[in-house]
Design a protein around this ligand. Structure first.
Ligand SMILES: Cc1ncc(COP(=O)(O)O)c(C=O)c1O
Length: 394
């Protein structure tokens, strides 16, 4: 008999979401506007400590608008992380601009601050500063904003923070998504909290938020009839989804704790397996561990990342290779690149293990036993493992 499927990062509803969704439904605000959209914007802004939050149809739309708000256009260059999901780079191309990719650093797996500094310095020298830098917070962890922010301020280049994967994370105690002129988040189905789809744009500048709302509702001029002086978009969040998002937002800290506990479980249970590494977490960062990422060094482990992924798949367990860097994607192969070797290594060896906040201990043990078996290590003794103090504390 096939074992029950373990998904990579499934939705985790608590119950409140259903009541809120029904409230939205019964109120007949079944539109990309309504009281739940307004309330979500208020609650979200308060949670992350931003002055303004704009609820949108998805994170990609939020990125597109953020770039547009900063005046990015045809022929401009925008620096961004090569290690990311395609949406980051795609949004840059929607405006006719070109992404320029920067490698990861080993400490965070996010944009290497030193390479960014080098790139900005060289560009300043040639009078070719980029229009913006889109910094990605990967797998629930902030980039190293100390140096990144200093450099961007020095050269007067605005930052857009792509925190689609990092809602709930902090850097030096400050929430992810609030380190740039604009920050974006995703409520996609696989994220730490979800509304099935949706995105949020945050900023401390009211004019930018007002303009985002204007552009996201087809850029309609104030007139009794439909009048348009600019190109607009249909990018607002549905009131129904905003209701679900509000229910989820209340659970964020619990979800962060649970995902962090998954990661700790994997780290303890695989500590003695040669060749297994873990995504690092520098002291300034508090990662949400949205996805628990390991690396598999074949020379020590005795098998590859793909061997592990296939063995998990054969037991009906979903796992996923870490993002394939953008500079290796055929569609972006013509784009400029700084470095690249770190992201390539993370891609070759990296695997995202099942990370849902609703995973049972038995599910975690099933994953761990398969990884251990592929690496020629004996499965864990259930009884001994249950006494582990870390697990008790979680
Ligand atoms: C880094 C990153 N940026 C942007 C997005 C796009 O968000 P959405 O799917 O809500 O459009 C995602 C994921 O979905 C992502 O992982």
């Amino acid at each position: 008999m096939q074992s029950t499927r373990i998904y990579l990062s499934p939705p985790h509803m608590s119950g409140d979401e259903r009541a809120l969704l029904l409230d939205a439904f019964d109120s007949n605000w079944i539109a990309p506007l309504g009281p739940h959209v307004d309330a979500l914007e208020r609650e979200f802004a308060e949670l992350v400590g931003a002055k303004e939050a704009v609820a949108l149809s998805c994170g990609t739309a939020a990125l597109h608008l953020a770039l547009l708000l900063l005046g990015v256009g045809r022929g401009d260059e925008v620096l961004t992380s090569t290690m990311t999901f395609a949406a980051t780079a795609n949004a840059i191309t929607y405006l006719g601009a070109e992404p320029v990719f920067i490698d990861s650093d080993e400490a965070t797996w996010n944009m290497d601050p030193q390479l960014l500094v080098d790139e900005l310095r060289t560009r300043a020298h040639h009078n070719k500063l980029p229009k913006a830098v889109v910094v990605v917070d990967l797998y629930g962890q902030c980039a190293d904003y100390g140096l990144i922010r200093q450099a961007c301020q020095w050269y007067n280049v605005p930052i857009i923070e792509d925190a689609a994967e990092a809602l709930g994370a902090t850097y030096d105690g400050q929430p992810a998504g609030t380190f740039g002129e604009l920050g974006i988040y995703s409520f996609n189905g696989n994220k730490i909290i979800t509304a099935s789809g949706g995105g949020i744009l945050v900023t401390n500048q009211k004019e930018l938020a007002d303009r985002a709302r204007f552009l996201a509702t087809q850029a309609r001029d104030p007139a009794p009839h439909y009048q348009h002086s600019q190109i607009g978009y249909n990018y607002r969040m549905s009131n129904l989804l905003a209701a679900v998002g509000r229910g989820q937002l209340r659970l964020l800290e619990d979800r962060v704790e649970r995902r962090r506990a998954n990661f700790e479980f994997y780290r303890d249970a695989l500590a003695d397996v040669p060749g297994i590494g873990f995504m690092p977490e520098p002291a300034a960062c508090r990662s949400t561990r949205w996805l628990s990422c390991i690396t598999v060094a074949p020379s020590q482990f005795g098998a590859t990342r793909e061997d592990v992924r296939l063995a998990l798949g054969a037991d009906n367990i979903e796992s996923r290779p870490t993002w394939k860097p953008m500079h290796l994607q055929p569609v972006f192969s013509h784009c400029r690149l700084r470095g690249g070797a770190v992201a390539e290594r993370i891609f070759e060896q990296g695997l995202c293990l099942p990370s849902g906040s609703n995973m049972a201990e038995e599910d975690l043990l099933r994953v761990v036993d398969i990884v251990r078996t592929v690496g020629h290590c004996s499965p864990l003794s259930r009884d001994i493992y249950r006494l582990a103090p870390q697990r008790k504390a979680a």
